[in-house]
Write a protein that binds this ligand. Structure first.
Ligand code: UDP
Ligand code: MG
Length: 313
């Protein structure tokens, strides 16, 4: 059994894999125990799978999983975690934004008794201002709303103890916001500050829509406050309508020459109420959609191919 497991989700990263393997295996060589590198191919359409097979032939520490289609980053990590055998598990991105050279530092903290060591970004200077602003606002909002403490500015780059991974693997939920689940588990957790590198090559796989999806997922999975929002919106419009009723009555009774042409007011009121109702239905829908996903009990992913050598060490 390897002592350390590294899990890397990969989607169309043919241009980064050679460098990834080179840097990660250099780190693995220096570790004080045996290790395995679990490369999860999330249904890539480029040469990724061929490269993974090649690495697996060359290096018996390399395990690869091929998901039968693209299931998304969080599910790819989940699949990898299902296959780990080590005592300490490290998750990192394939694009070398999470420097593998930091792994010994993470392990040092694990050896001090921490169950989860999550890497926390100190700066995001090299990303666009819009992404930075969105990320900043989202993490603060999540922190306000979520019923567990989800540390700000952390991604999936982390080290987890076997115990934590076993618990994650037991969680049946389909909508997986791993950084949230990881906090939810508890135990001794500690942040490790680091500066995130630029993507080594290739392009970002997280489109704006995917990031927004992940953000909504995080919010809905870890908070029911949005549901209450519709109650508040309803109360707010009720108060507003009472105030308006009083105003209209007052004008009608005490300002004799007023001509109450209310077309604009009515139009605005209709749009406003329509918006309130649609937003409320939308929020309800987010939760109901998730309930539906959960009750279907489909497997989280399907696997097309596994490459793992049985070791007799
Ligand atoms: N990824 C994946 N499946 C996807 C999208 C991304 O496995 O559907 C992987 C990708 O190969 C990379 C990691 O998830 O290793 C993070 O993706 P990316 O670098 O595009 O996102 P960002 O760093 O901007 O969060
Ligand atoms: Mg990246």
């Amino acid at each position: 059994m390897p002592k350390y497991s590294l899990v890397v989700p990969i989607y169309n990263e043919e241009s980064t894999i050679p460098a990834l393997y080179q840097r990660v295996s250099a780190v693995m060589d220096k570790l004080d125990g045996t290790s395995e590198l679990i490369l999860v191919d999330d249904g890539s359409r480029d040469r990724t799978l061929d490269l993974l097979r090649e690495l697996h032939d060359r290096d018996s520490r390399v395990v690869y999983l091929r998901l039968a289609r693209n299931f998304g980053h969080q599910i790819a990590v989940t699949a990898g975690l299902n296959y780990v055998r080590g005592e300490a598990i490290i998750v990192l991105d394939a694009d070398l934004q999470d420097p593998p050279e930091l792994i010994p530092d993470l392990l040092a903290l694990w050896q001090q008794g921490y169950h989860v060591v999550y890497a926390q970004r100190t700066k995001r200077v090299r990303e666009g201002w819009f992404k930075r602003l969105c990320a900043y606002l989202f993490y603060r909002l999540l922190n306000q709303l979520a019923n567990v403490d989800i540390p700000t500015d952390t991604g999936d780059f982390c080290l987890m103890d076997r115990q934590v991974v076993d618990l994650l693997n037991q969680m049946p939920e389909r909508n997986r916001y791993i950084r949230g689940l990881r906090s939810w588990v508890g135990f001794n957790q500690i942040a490790f500050k680091f500066e995130r590198d630029l993507r080594f090559a290739g392009e970002v796989k997280y489109t704006f829509a995917k990031s927004l999806g992940l953000a909504i997922n995080g919010l809905v999975s870890f908070s029911t406050v949005p549901l209450r929002l519709s109650t508040y919106l309803g109360l707010f419009s009720a108060v507003l309508s009472i105030v308006m009723a009083i105003l209209v009555l007052y004008w009608r009774l005490f300002t004799p020459h007023s001509t109450l042409t209310g077309f604009a007011t009515i139009a605005i009121a209709i749009f406003f109420l329509g918006a309130v109702q649609l937003i409320s239905i939308g929020i309800l829908g987010e939760y109901i959609g998730r309930i539906y996903e959960e009750v279907k009990h489909r497997p989280l992913y399907t696997i097309a191919e596994v490459g793992r050598k049985i070791e007799s060490r």
